[in-house]
Design a protein around this ligand. Structure first.
Ligand code: M6R
Length: 364
C-alpha cells in the first residue's frame, strides 16, 4: 500500500526517519550513550582485518563503512563488489571476519562470496533486511536492518538503514579495540541519535529538490563528485539517477577530476557536488572552481557553513542542516535519492519497476 504517495519509492524515502530510528535503537543504548553488546562470535579486538562484500547500493553502504571502521576503529577493511570478490581468490587471514551487506539476503554473487569466506573458516556476519533469507541462515551472526519491506527496485531506506547498522558497528568495534574513549563513544552515539530528526528536516526540502530535478531532466549526462564518505555517496547518486531516470550518470572521487573526467566538462553536463563543510571541504571547493572555469554547471549539496564559504557560482545550492561529520553520509543520502526520484517522475519512467532491473538478483 502506497498510502498517499505516488510511488513506493517516494513512500520509502519518507519512511526513513522512522526506520532509521528503529534500526539504531536495536544497536545503541541512547540513555547510556553506548553501543549494545552484539552476539558476535568474535571480538573486534581480536581481528586485524574485516572483509566486506556486497552488490550495488549495498556495496556503496559497505564502502562508507570502510571509511568509518578505518577512521574510528583503526580496523583495515577490504571491500569489493561481490562479483569480483568471489573470483579474485583473495587470501583471507585467520584473524579476520567477513561481513556481507544485502537488502534481500539472496543476491547470488554476495551469497557466493559468503560461501567463499565460510570455506576460509572466518566468522561470517550478514547485514540483511530479510531475516529469513539464505544469507541470514548461512551466517554466524545476523545484524538486521529494520527498514521493513522495500518494494521499489531503487534501494532507499534499506541503504540508510545499512549505513545505520554499519555506524553502530563502527562504534562497537572502536570501543572493543580501545580506539575511542568513553566520552567519544557517547558523542558518536549522541550524533546518531539525532539522525532521524535531521532526516525529517531534509525531507522538507522537497520543493527545492523537485525544482532542481525539473532542470536535470533536460540533460543527457550528469557527473557526481564527492570526497571521503561523500565519494561512495557520489556513486550512489549516479547509480540511483541512472537506474530510474535512464540519464547517464557517473560518480567520481572529486580528486580524480583532473585525471580524466574534467575533459567532459561543458555546459551540457551538470556536476552535482556533495560537500558538507568537513575537514576537506576546501579541496572540493578547488574542484568546483575547476569545473566553473570550464563553463560547467554546478549543483552543490552542502550545509550552511559550506554554502557561506563556497566561493563559486552554482546553478543551485541545496542547503542541508549542519550535522556532525559522522552522520553526514546518512543525511546526505536523502537529497540524492529525492533528486533521482523527482527527475525520474519528470522523465515519466516506471519509477518503482525500472526497465531491465529486478529487485532481487538471484542469478549471476
Ligand atoms: O538485495 P541486495 O541488497 O543484495 O541487492 C543489491 C543490488 O542489486 C541493489 O542494491 C541494486 O543496486 C539496487 N537496485 C540499487 O538501487
Amino acid at each position: 500500500d502506497k498510502g498517499n504517495h505516488r510511488h513506493f519509492m517516494e513512500k520509502e524515502i519518507h519512511e526513513q526517519p522512522e526506520v532509521i530510528s528503529h534500526t539504531l535503537a536495536h544497536y545503541l543504548d541512547f540513555t547510556q550513550g553506548t553501543s549494545k553488546p552484539l552476539d558476535l562470535p568474535f571480538s573486534f579486538a581480536d581481528i586485524d582485518r574485516l572483509a566486506v562484500s556486497a552488490c550495488g547500493t549495498a556495496y556503496l553502504a559497505g564502502l562508507v563503512g570502510k571509511y568509518w571502521f578505518e577512521r574510528h576503529a583503526r580496523l583495515p577493511v577490504d571491500i569489493d563488489v561481490a562479483s569480483e570478490f568471489r573470483y579474485r581468490e583473495m587470501p583471507i587471514s585467520k584473524k579476520s571476519a567477513a561481513f556481507f551487506v544485502s537488502q534481500s539476503g539472496e543476491t547470488a554473487d554476495t551469497l557466493a562470496s559468503l560461501r567463499y569466506c565460510r570455506k576460509a573458516g572466518v566468522p561470517i556476519g550478514s547485514i540483511v533486511n530479510v531475516r529469513e533469507s539464505t544469507m541470514a541462515r548461512e551466517s554466524d551472526v545476523v545484524m538486521p536492518t529494520l527498514a521493513g519491506p522495500e518494494i521499489g527496485v531503487a534501494s532507499t531506506k534499506a541503504f540508510t538503514c545499512q549505513l545505520s547498522v554499519l555506524a553502530a558497528l563502527t562504534i562497537r568495534a572502536a570501543s572493543q579495540r580501545g580506539t575511542i574513549s568513553a566520552d567519544e563513544e557517547r558523542a558518536l552515539v549522541r550524533s546518531l541519535s539525532e539522525t532521524p530528526r535531521y532526516a525529517a528536516q531534509v525531507l522538507k526540502l522537497d520543493k527545492q529538490i523537485e525544482k532542481v530535478a525539473r532542470e536535470l531532466a533536460s540533460y543527457k549526462h550528469v557527473l557526481y563528485l564527492g570526497r571521503d564518505t561523500n565519494f561512495p555517496l557520489a556513486m550512489e547518486g549516479a547509480l540511483k539517477l541512472k537506474e530510474i531516470s535512464y540519464i547517464h550518470a557517473e560518480g567520481y572521487a572529486a580528486g580524480e577530476l583532473k585525471h580524466g573526467p574534467i575533459a567532459l566538462i561543458d555546459e551540457n553536463m551538470p556536476v552535482i557536488v556533495i560537500a558538507p563543510h568537513d575537514r576537506i571541504f576546501e579541496k572540493t571547493v578547488s574542484n568546483m572552481q575547476e569545473v566553473a572555469a570550464r563553463g560547467g554547471k554546478i549543483i552543490l549539496i552542502t550545509d550552511q557553513k559550506g554554502a557561506a564559504q563556497a566561493t563559486v557560482k552554482t546553478m543551485e545550492t541545496i542547503v542541508l542542516p549542519d550535522v556532525p561529520e559522522f552522520i553526514a553520509p546518512i543525511i546526505y543520502a536523502l537529497p540524492i535519492q529525492m533528486l533521482a526520484y523527482f527527475t525520474a517522475v519528470f522523465m515519466g519512467t516506471d519509477v518503482d519497476q525500472p526497465r531491465n532491473l529486478a529487485k532481487s538478483v538471484t542469478v549471476e
